[in-house]
Design a protein around this ligand. Structure first.
Ligand code: GDP
Ligand code: MG
Length: 740
């Protein structure tokens, strides 16, 4: 059963605390509801702005009566008629007299009063153990100890009260043994002399008491190292006298009222060390924040009842650890409310495989962090400094590890989104440029989009920066992002190079189509250029067909190379890339030329060319005038010459050979060695070229073969048949011309 419920019943709300709260019950059990009481009385939120007073004294000396009058409390008082001891234990109540007294003086705020009952059991030889324990408890918690004493007891050095004081002094010395360097808090012993008749002035009583106290102090055995300590090192003294309550009730009340005014904040006069204002000097305060008081008191009581060494610095550290953890948990709840949904959102999009950039994450995260840490600081900084600092660090690293995970995922999402946006934007801009006539500057597009994307990432990274928090500097991630954009740019540029290459290749093909056709057409005019309008220039002959084709080809490729290089340079392709592009261009151009030639020498085409060539020679004379055959004409001779002349073209056409050297052009030299920068993917779509790609097993001679042996023979046969037909026809026409 809980003490306060047992004592005051189960009334609802604050009423159940009407008599205060029994902190320690008669079974020496600590009341787990103390903090509830402190919360209900609004003390818990007061920080250090509260005071704790305990009262000591022999049984039935009017202690509870005094407290009830002084502080408006409702501690139980022994009834006049029964005169038996009230319950043992320690009761606590908040001062209910916070208004001004008759003189207009006000008490301090939030005074908690502890009524220590059942002390001084020695009179009846009773529980000295409880006396000692409660004294320790009161000293460990209270700023002021009221010592209640009858006037007639003053000077009785061996009296019951003196035994109690001896106990108080002894236990006080124990409290600070462990950490002597820690400034031991002082306590005020406030002697209230009851039933003061007035014959002996208070100052005399005071001197007597001080003498007695000194005697007691010198009589107690002091721990090692504290042998020379003086009573004033630990205690201050104050004195008050009250008239007989029953005999002088009016005066009693008036004096109590005055006494109440002394329970206010005060300081010492520099002149005579007397109190100025009230008796609550800051140095008496135990510096236990009000919201930690119940935990602290419980810890202290636990140590005391288990007969462990009670030392206050350790208790304060334990309290700080407990409370800092508790506060940390509380403030993390608020942090969690803001951050958990964001974590959830991020996890969700990760599950769905899409990187989402959360809006305002930096601002939200920083605000949540700031709020959380500030809330912790406000409450926890009142506790033991060392513990507070450690716990604050722990809290920060807890918060930061979560923020860090969030932020890093955010940046990796921004990274992914940025790269995709960049790639898309460049591709789209190129497409738009192509649609609108193909005039676009690739380098400019890349530059502009890169700037834009970097700006986006930078903004995001900067928004995540928390002042003074090193991990929140994401410069390295920014660099990484920039590096990746450069890689993507390089890839896009390569694609652009490919597109350029295709355009240039098409151009080469179309130029070759015209130019090569022209050269082959000249074959048809077998009259050795008699019809050529050019003057001064060496007229084309069949012999230099391949020279002309080669020259034309080289010219076209050179021009294409210039186009390619200029354009590639404009989008900042590097030398190596240009090298590879040109190498590919030359190869593709050669293949295009081969295809073009192939087309020209296709059976029907070449046969027609040969026929034209033959007919030119056979049907026209040297002046280019058509022959009218007469029977006297040497038709056979002309036929044979024309036929042989045309037939001689076939071997010429069969191989790509330059007239001067009677050798193929130096194709390997023209194409050049494969540039070091060419990767395998650059070669994938390239047809092998004989004499250039050695490993393909095809020789340059084979590459330069235009007509195979069998095709050649076939062509000869067909041409001869055709020529024969023309001859027969000529013969007939000659005879016919004669007969006509
Ligand atoms: P406590 O045991 O010290 O808390 O004393 P109580 O407050 O219960 O009072 C014990 C008895 O002393 C009661 O019967 C009170 O009426 C009586 N009493 C209270 N104050 C005074 C006082 O100032 N003078 C005298 N003579 N009796 C008092
Ligand atoms: Mg009492």
């Amino acid at each position: 059963m809980n003490g306060h419920f047992a004592a005051v019943g189960n009334g609802p709300g604050h009423k159940q605390f009407g008599h205060g709260i029994q902190v320690i019950d008669e079974e020496k059990a600590f009341n787990a509801h103390l903090n509830e009481y402190l919360s209900e009385t609004q003390v818990a939120e007061a920080g250090f702005n509260y005071h704790l007073i305990s009262v000591f004294g022999s049984q039935s000396t009017g202690k509870s009566t005094l407290l009830n009058h002084l502080f408006g409390t409702e501690f139980s008082v022994m009834s006049e008629s029964e005169r038996r001891q009230t319950t043992k234990g320690i009761w606590m109540s908040k001062n209910k007299k916070e208004g001004a007294n008759a003189d207009g003086a006000k008490m301090a705020e939030n005074i908690l009063v502890m009524d220590v009952e059942g002390t001084d059991g020695r009179e009846r030889g009773e529980d000295q153990d409880f006396e000692r324990k409660s004294a320790l408890f009161a000293l460990a918690t209270s700023e002021v100890l009221i010592v209640n004493i009858w006037e007639h007891q003053v000077g009785l050095y061996q009296g019951a009260n003196m035994g109690l004081l001896k106990t108080v002094f002894e236990v006080n010395l124990q409290l600070f043994l462990k950490d002597r360097k820690a400034q031991s808090p002082r306590s005020l012993l406030f002697f209230v002399i009851r039933d003061h008749i007035g014959n002996t002035p208070l100052s005399n009583l005071r001197n007597t008491l001080i003498q007695d106290l000194s005697k007691i102090w010198s009589s107690i055995s002091k721990p090692q190292g504290l042998e020379n300590s003086k009573i004033d090192d630990y205690f201050d003294f104050a004195f008050a006298a009250l008239p007989h309550k029953v005999l002088q009730p009016q005066q009693f009340l008036a004096e109590v009222d005055k006494l109440g005014a002394r329970f206010a904040a005060g300081h010492r006069s520099t002149k005579d060390q007397e109190f100025v204002g009230g008796v609550f000097l800051p140095e008496y305060h135990r510096r236990i924040p009000a919201d930690g008081l119940s935990v602290y008191a419980e810890g202290v009581w636990d140590q005391i009842t288990n007969n462990k060494d009670l030392d206050l610095p350790t208790q304060q550290e334990l309290l700080a650890q407990f409370r800092c953890d508790e506060i940390s948990r509380e403030v993390l709840v608020g942090f969690d409310e803001i951050i958990a949904p964001l974590e959830e959102q991020q996890a969700e999009s990760t599950r769905l495989g899409k990187a989402s950039v959360l809006a305002n994450l930096g601002a939200t995260g920083a605000a949540a962090r700031e709020k959380c840490v500030k809330a912790f600081e406000t409450q926890a900084s009142r506790y033991h400094k060392g513990v507070y600092t450690t716990k604050r660090g722990e809290l920060e690293s807890k918060i930061d590890s979560r923020l860090k995970a969030l932020y890093q995922a955010q940046l990796s999402a921004a990274h992914k989104a940025g790269v995709a946006a960049f790639s898309d934007a460049v591709t789209n801009a190129v497409k738009t440029g192509q649609k609108s006539g193909g005039s676009y500057e690739f380098a400019e597009i890349v530059e502009k989009q890169k700037r834009k994307t970097l700006e986006f990432f930078k903004k995001e990274a900067q928004s995540l920066l928390i002042q003074g928090v090193a991990w929140s500097n994401f410069k390295p991630q920014y660099r990484l992002f920039e590096k990746e954009l450069d890689e993507v740019s390089a890839r896009l540029r390569k694609e652009e190079m490919r597109r350029l290459a295709i355009r240039v290749e098409r151009w080469v093909k179309s130029r070759l189509g015209d130019a090569i056709g022209l050269e082959f057409n000249k074959l048809g005019s077998g009259r050795g250029g008699s019809g050529a309008p050019e003057t001064g220039e060496k007229p084309p002959t069949e012999k230099d067909l391949w020279d002309r084709i080669w020259t034309v080809f080289i010219g076209i490729v050179k021009e294409a190379e210039t186009r390619f290089t200029d354009r590639a340079k404009s989008f900042e392709a590097n030398e190596e890339e240009v090298e590879v592009g040109l190498w590919r261009l030359r190869r593709k151009s050669w293949v295009a030329l081969r295809e073009r030639i192939e087309e020209e020498v296709m059976e029907s085409n070449i046969l027609m060319k040969l026929r034209e060539n033959f007919e030119d020679k056979f049907r026209y004379d040297e002046e280019g005038v058509p022959r009218i055959w007469r029977p006297t004409d040497d038709i056979e001779g002309i036929y044979t010459r024309a036929r042989e002349s045309t037939l001689s073209l076939i071997p010429l056409l069969s191989r790509f050979r330059l007239a001067e050297t009677y050798a193929p052009p130096d194709l390997p030299a023209f194409i050049g060695l494969q540039p070091a920068g060419a990767e395998t993917e650059d070669e994938e779509d390239l047809a092998p070229i004989g004499g250039v790609d050695e490993e393909e097993g095809k020789s340059l001679e084979e590459e330069m073969t235009v007509l195979s042996e069998s095709k050649r023979q076939d062509l000869v046969v067909r041409f001869k048949k055709m020529a024969d037909g023309v001859y027969v026809e000529a013969k007939r026409s000659a005879i016919g011309g004669m007969t006509q």
